[in-house]
Design a binder for this molecule. Structure first.
Ligand SMILES: [Zn+2]
Length: 179
């Protein structure tokens, strides 16, 4: 791995630790002394995703990350939480140990993960993934989510409601998608 700052070919490892079934190494360039991080992970046996139309496609971590990132766009989330959710789902998918996984299973895992991370991101993802056909279905999902959060902890009843503009934006998208 060449130094991302000066391109020099050699570096030394200044720290390494296990993360999510991989190894994270902190490196220092031997030429310019810049520090950078590399991740080493085991390449698991290939995993295929069965799409809704029955087509098979090799699992692509980048695609999963992009989907989650899109749902979390501009949300005030701690740095690294999107990557962590992606990692967790990837690890879980390989742990299941099957050669093929329905895309719906992955979608459900993302929804589960987002639900506990950020409810706006969850609704955004759900609105695309579940293909809510109208605003009533969307509102139902929001209500279900808010009431289930209230059950877990009564203090979350102070949660701000879904911002009106966000809800209207989603509704607008759905109207457009239906055409
Ligand atoms: Zn360098």
């Amino acid at each position: 791995m060449n130094c991302p700052y000066c391109g020099y070919y050699d570096s030394k490892v200044v720290d390494s630790r296990d993360v999510n079934e991989g190894i994270r190494r902190r490196r220092q360039c031997l030429e310019c002394d810049s520090r950078f991080t590399t991740y080493e992970r085991l390449q698991p046996a290939s995993l295929f995703v069965i799409k809704k139309d029955e087509r098979r496609e090799e699992f692509n971590r980048g695609k999963l990350l992009t989907g989650i990132r899109k749902a979390c766009e501009k949300r005030p989330l701690p740095t690294g939480s999107v990557d962590k959710l992606t990692d967790d789902i990837e690890v879980e998918l390989y742990r299941i140990g099957k050669a093929e996984i329905p895309s719906a299973t992955i979608g459900d895992m993302v929804m589960e993960g987002l639900k506990s991370l950020d409810y706006i991101a969850y609704i955004r993802f759900a609105s695309v993934y579940r293909e809510f056909t109208d605003i009533t279905a969307l509102k139902q999902a929001v209500d279900t989510l808010l009431s289930s959060e209230t059950e877990i902890s009564p203090s979350t009843s102070q949660l701000p409601l879904l911002p009106t503009d966000e809800l209207e934006g989603l509704a607008r998208n759905h109207r457009r998608n239906r055409k």
